[in-house]
Design a protein around this ligand. Structure first.
Ligand code: ATP
Ligand code: MG
Length: 581
């Protein structure tokens, strides 16, 4: 009987799903049952359809699992569509933008390449990107590199790499230093317009007069300013001898308006421009100009810049440049974990922490190495929304989102911390087949040879008394018959096999067969700080023990769950990092 193409496609999808769920082989009976369940109206015709279904199943079973998966994705891209819907639901947690028009919004993420990106940057970059996408606009990644003392090529690369991993895709990538001449020209123009001047007072003097709200001599005469700016660009001043200052209001309540610095001399090699440039704009000057001429419509920044908003607009006003909307959000911080380059960099420079991807850090490199996935970070950031409140969200909420995503893909394996030997008298020599995942057969199985000698972890052993009955997970029950001690520690637990019936009350513990062990370590990152300033000297715990030999075949980056221990990311040969419990 010819069968209509829609019904045929429907059968194919059911068969593919069944097959993918069962390791690559579909079963006709299961497919038929499912079909009838989903299309009860075709029940009367089922006799005619059975041979069709069987043929489809046969066809599909001839394909490799990978081909089955891609065919399923092609025929039923529902999961992808679902994901898109989820993303748009999340976006809805972000409020609409003032003055935003579809197709016209331009946002920018402006990191200074003076360190590795961290989860705070992820927050900023993701919000910038989500808004650009929400309005079908553009996202600019702009390296704000106007202080050669702090910036390094390594950091530009680390930022680009971090964003790529996060899945943030800028439409335009540029450096503020690309526009250095333009910025110089705007600086000169501002002086010509009597909106700025060159100040040659000492730093102490400037500091003192700003605090007291009193102008200095340099400010008075525009002709002097013009003369000095020429000299400045001809190289007549040494570093710290002269700065360009905005003509604000030295008596303003807002101290950010008291003639802040716009340019300073820095004699240091710049990672992109070498020593060609000495006169560098400050953030206060470069940011509004770059935003304005770069076409940015909505500029987001963290709340600590609030007092400088007036300056941002004043500079654009004087230069008669277009003003973007400025929007603030709160800085992301966690209790006990510093989320700021200012705080992380010294730890690295003084050797307290050896690398930017140390698992205790909130850098993207560290979170990645530890086993966090980009999707979890994006969900987390969007769950925070656009609040201004300076609350510190619990790190556990990031962990919970991550756990949900990695749980279905993490191999379940055994690791015993601080192993104690267990001898099961009369324990049979046998092979057990263990599932690598309780529900996903695609993750495979492993076969372990067991005899009468095992290891269990000290924590579990500590709870055992003679007569106690426990279950060795996926194996059998044992009853403790004696415990030998040596120097106050358990040397050996002797037990006997006591059946196979699983009882609720029995502790169920992981084990390792004595002939199947490898030495294994797990790094467990803890909070870096115990208080505002006090570093936690126990912030990296190392658990030592045995893992099953299967673990030695896993490549770095594989995500596992050590049963009753926690989710971990394989980091190297015989070492993993705990992602979270
Ligand atoms: P740090 O203290 O880490 O040096 P920063 O603000 O100086 O932070 P930038 O590289 O200048 O770092 O920041 C780029 C962008 O990321 C800015 O828009 C900034 O507001 C934002 N950002 C930085 N840290 C955080 C954070 N903890 N939470 C939210 N946004 C942040
Ligand atoms: Mg900065």
């Amino acid at each position: 009987m010819p069968i209509d193409p829609n019904t045929e496609k429907f059968i194919k999808i059911i068969a593919l799903k069944n097959s993918v769920e069962h390791g690559g082989k579909a079963q006709s009976d299961a497919v038929i049952a499912k079909f009838v369940g989903l299309k009860p109206e075709l029940r009367s015709q089922i006799k005619l359809l059975i041979s069709e279904i069987k043929a489809v199943v046969q066809q599909i079973n001839a394909l490799s699992l990978a081909d089955q998966k891609s065919l399923l994705e092609e025929l039923a891209p529902s999961k992808v569509a679902e994901k898109k819907k989820q993303v748009s639901d999340q976006r809805q947690q972000l409020p609409p933008l003032e003055g935003a028009m579809q197709g016209k919004v331009v946002t920018r993420f402006p990191p200074e390449p003076n360190g590795y990106p961290h989860i705070g940057h992820a927050k900023a970059a993701i919000i910038d990107e989500e808004y650009a996408r929400m309005y079908s606009g553009k996202l600019i990644l702009r390296f704000d590199d106007t202080n050669p003392l702090n910036e390094k090529v390594e950091y530009y690369d680390a930022i680009a790499e971090g964003l790529k991993w996060l899945g943030v895709k800028p439409d335009i990538v540029k450096n503020t230093s690309d526009d250095i001449e333009l910025l110089h020209n705007y600086g000169r123009r501002l002086i010509e317009l009597d909106g700025a001047y060159v100040c040659i007072c000492s730093q102490e003097m400037i500091h003192d007069l700003r605090a007291r709200g009193i102008p200095c001599e340099c400010r008075r005469d525009p002709a002097t300013a013009l003369d000095r700016i020429g000299k400045l660009f001809r190289g007549s001043y040494e570093q710290n001898e002269a700065i360009v200052r905005f003509k604000g209001d030295m008596a303003d309540q807002n101290t950010a308006m008291r003639d802040p610095a716009l340019f300073r001399i820095i004699d240091s090699d710049h990672p992109k421009l070498g020593n060609r440039v000495r006169i560098w704009p400050t953030y206060d000057f470069a940011a509004p100009i770059e935003d304005s001429i770069g076409g940015v419509t909505h500029a987001f920044r963290t709340k600590e810049y609030e007092l400088r908003n007036a300056l941002y607009f004043a500079i654009l006003d004087r230069l008669n440049l277009r003003k973007p909307y400025l929007i603030e959000f709160s800085r992301l911080e966690f209790e006990g974990i510093p989320v700021s380059k200012r705080k992380i960099k010294p730890l690295i420079e003084n050797g307290t922490i050896r690398s930017w991807d140390d698992p205790r850090l909130p850098t993207l490199a560290a979170l990645r190495r530890r086993g966090f996935v980009p999707e979890a970070i994006r969900k987390f950031v969007l769950s925070l929304g656009l609040t201004l409140a300076e609350t510190k969200p619990p790190f556990e909420s990031l962990e919970a989102l991550n756990r949900k995503i990695i749980d279905p893909i993490s191999l379940r394996l055994f690791f015993v911390k601080n192993p104690v030997e267990m001898y099961v008298r009369g324990g049979p020599e046998t092979e057990v087949v263990l599932k690598n995942h309780p529900t996903d057969a695609n993750l495979g199985i492993r076969t372990v040879k067991v005899g009468d000698r095992f290891y269990i972890s000290e924590d579990d052993a500590a709870g055992l008394k003679v007569g106690a009955e426990i279950r060795l997970i996926e194996l059998y029950n044992v009853k403790v018959t004696s415990i030998d001690w040596k120097n106050g520690a358990r040397l050996m637990i002797t037990a006997e096999a006591s059946g196979n019936e699983i009882r609720q009350s029995m502790p169920k513990i992981q084990w390792i067969a004595k002939n199947d062990i490898i030495d294994y370590k797990v790094m467990i990152p803890k909070e870096l700080y115990v208080s505002e300033e006090e570093y936690n000297t126990n912030s990296l715990e190392i658990s030592q023990g045995f893992a099953e030999s299967f673990v030695s075949h896993l490549e770095p980056d594989v995500q596992v769950q050590f049963v009753r221990f926690g989710f971990c990311r394989i980091d190297g040969n015989q070492i993993a990092i705990m992602t979270h419990r």
